[in-house]
Design a protein around this ligand. Structure first.
Ligand SMILES: [Mg+2]
Length: 366
């Protein structure tokens, strides 16, 4: 897949969420992203790099990395896969920046060839059931949020935990009470517990029909993650621990976790995501597509990836719902599902007036 690139531009934007989003590792009101626009003679492709603490990338580091990447691309004929390999080697610590570039190249490749991104990666276009995530909050607030999200049509709820074992268990119980037996409940600890605490948690919520518990232990505690996976019947999903295909392979061969959460910002975009999907398909391991604090541009990219394989069973593609404004259209939510538009590329239409409105003023910081 080769593309004639003319220019690469970056737009750092900050959009406030409707409320502060709190997880066990920190909290934030404003979602900071860098939109990447890659131009050919006739079309523009758009991508989204997400500033985040998991890969330790800021808006500033992303802008610098995209600048380095673009110097290799301007006025060149680019092979998307080879470009990804080269950039990954050159800038191994900037996967979220690479994700923005890679997603934009896929969008552009689709527009130039008249294909949807899911078609390029051998996928289909189907509605995708996504959850809504409830951050760390009190039991009664958790209950209210669950009620509100179900009222809006969500059929799955992910509960962030890390308030303390007993309180977290009460919060999960409260959501099950609110949701009745049919609500899908997922749990994400964001590394909050020791392996022993994690095992206790899984035992105590065993009768609440929770589909999985994500990243219960520290990102680097591989032995602890394996211990929790071995000693409980609860499906355990690795998130922060897996940032690329190498670790995904280790998770699969050594049975460290039951499932893997792919996020485009962790693994360098659609190309990186496809490499993890390849590993999952090879070992028969299921997983999820997740997100950071991204806009609908990379949520759309995640949706295309989701629809490219049967190994992705869950979609946690909800960060754009939390934002006070949507900078792109083309991804609809109906009947509890996300629907990709059938336009070429990602099928997204960027509202450039909104991109301008949320541009961050970084003068003097770069
Ligand atoms: Mg997670």
């Amino acid at each position: 897949m080769e593309i004639e690139v003319e220019d690469v531009e970056s737009f750092p934007i900050g959009i406030d969420r409707d409320e502060v989003f709190r997880i066990s590792t920190g909290s934030s009101l404003t979602a900071e992203n860098v939109l990447v626009r890659i131009k050919s003679k006739t079309e523009d492709g758009w991508g989204n790099s997400s500033a985040n603490s998991v890969t330790d990338e800021s808006v500033e580091s992303i802008l610098k990395a995209v600048k380095v990447m673009s110097s290799n691309m301007k006025d060149e004929r680019i092979d998307v896969e080879k470009n990804w390999q080269d950039m990954r080697e050159k800038l191994p610590d900037d996967p979220a920046a690479l994700a923005g570039v890679d997603i934009a190249l896929y969008d552009l490749a689709g527009k130039l060839s008249g294909k949807r991104v899911y078609e390029i990666i051998n996928g289909v276009n189907e509605g995708i059931l996504t959850d809504r995530t409830i951050g760390l909050m009190t039991e009664s607030e958790t209950r209210e949020h669950a009620r509100e999200f179900m009222r809006r049509g969500f059929k799955a709820i992910k509960i962030k935990i890390g308030m303390g074992l007993m309180e977290d268990i009460r919060r999960i119980k409260a959501v099950r009470e609110e949701g009745g037996p049919d609500l899908d409940i997922w749990v994400d600890a964001n590394q909050a517990f020791t392996p022993e605490e994690s095992i206790t948690l899984c035992q105590r919520i065993a009768d609440l029909n929770v589909k999985f518990v994500e990243q219960p232990v520290d990102v680097d505690d591989i032995a602890g993650l394996k211990k929790v996976t071995e000693e409980t019947d609860m499906p355990i999903m690795a998130d922060e621990t897996v940032k690329g295909p190498k670790m995904a392979e280790k998770i699969c061969t050594e049975e460290i976790a039951d499932m893997i959460n792919i996020k485009l910002a962790k693994c360098g975009g659609i190309t990186g995501g496809r490499k993890i999907v390849d590993v999952m398909e090879r070992y028969g391991v299921d997983g999820m597509v997740g997100c950071m604090g991204e806009t609908s541009v990379s949520i759309g990219a995640g949706a295309h990836l989701f629809n490219s394989t049967s190994k992705l069973k869950f979609a946690d593609l909800d960060s754009h719902f939390m934002l006070s404004d949507n900078i792109a259209s083309g991804l609809d939510f109906e009947c509890g599902k996300l629907w990709i538009s059938d336009d070429p590329g990602l099928g997204m239409r960027i509202h450039e007036d909104k991109v301008k409105k949320y541009l961050m003023d970084l003068e003097g910081e770069l």
